[in-house]
Design a protein around this ligand. Structure first.
Ligand SMILES: [Zn+2]
Length: 261
């Protein structure tokens, strides 16, 4: 069954051409994504959409930068890249991204963090707040973190190696006792290949100096905000196709790349 059909009912997909990305009427509860996680796994790191264009599609999100130059986080309409030195740098509008997902964040649910929790505890708590597993949603958690472990990726040169090779020597960073924000998404299991099924978070400190792709965390107080998404605008670079769901072997590959330190 094609991915479109698997998602029917849960999410409405609109296909966009690259030249139409910047033409947007500020959609509500709609995600925009360029390319797919499968294409990124395969080493397609050439940027297709500029950050100026991406900014017309959202004020919160995550992704990466042309040539896989670090982890991208979009927060309060500002794009940051966390390079392989663990530091966060603002991104210029003319820079391109090979993979990103963004939304104009309009939370349907705002709740204080009920008690201190680790990353697994946070994911279970979010599941309880949004029990419909077929729903796609965006999450922002502003909190005090006793610990956050992040990673980034170094800029790549052609011929690009697959992502599994790049992350073999990924730099990781341990931040202690910092205020900051988690920004991320939960994609339904059926969308594996399009994006990372389950949770995917990027982190940035409150002073916007450091962050990365989240491998683990322990947070003690803060606020959770959830935005349920109903539409997906999808732009596929030339040669990138929508994956078939449940393609054998790739769930494990994504788990190794996105979840372990
Ligand atoms: Zn990431």
């Amino acid at each position: 069954m094609p991915l479109d059909a698997a998602l029917a009912g849960a999410l409405h997909i609109e296909y966009l051409r690259q030249q139409d990305v910047a033409i947007s009427d500020h959609p509500h509860h709609a995600l925009f994504q360029t390319s797919t996680i499968d294409a990124l796994l395969d080493g397609r790191y050439d940027g297709d959409v500029t950050f100026a264009e991406l900014g017309k599609r959202g004020d919160l999100g995550l992704g990466t930068v042309d040539a896989l130059d670090g982890e991208m986080i979009l927060l309060d309409s500002r794009f940051y890249q966390v390079r392989s030195d663990g530091r966060a740098y603002e991104i210029e509008g003319r820079t391109k991204t090979p993979f990103a997902v963004v939304t104009f964040f309009e939370p349907n649910l705002i709740q204080p963090l009920p008690n201190p929790m680790d990353f697994a505890g946070l994911c279970s708590h979010l599941d309880a707040l949004a029990p419909d597993a077929a729903t796609l949603y965006a999450v922002r958690v502003d909190a005090f973190f006793e610990h956050v472990r992040t990673r980034s990726v170094p800029r790549q040169r052609k011929p690009y190696p697959p992502l599994s090779e790049v992350v073999r020597n990924q730099p990781t960073f341990d931040l202690h006792d910092v205020r900051g924000s988690l920004v991320g998404f939960r994609f339904p299991i059926k969308t594996q290949g399009l994006n990372v099924a389950g949770y995917h978070f990027h982190f940035i400190t409150e002073d916007r100096n450091a962050g990365g792709h989240v491998l683990g965390c322990c947070l003690s107080s803060g606020e959770i905000r959830i935005d349920h998404e109903v539409d997906l605008g999808l732009e596929l670079p030339a040669g990138v196709e929508l994956p078939m769901p449940g393609t054998p072997g790739r769930e494990g590959e994504i788990d190794r790349i996105e979840r372990e330190g």
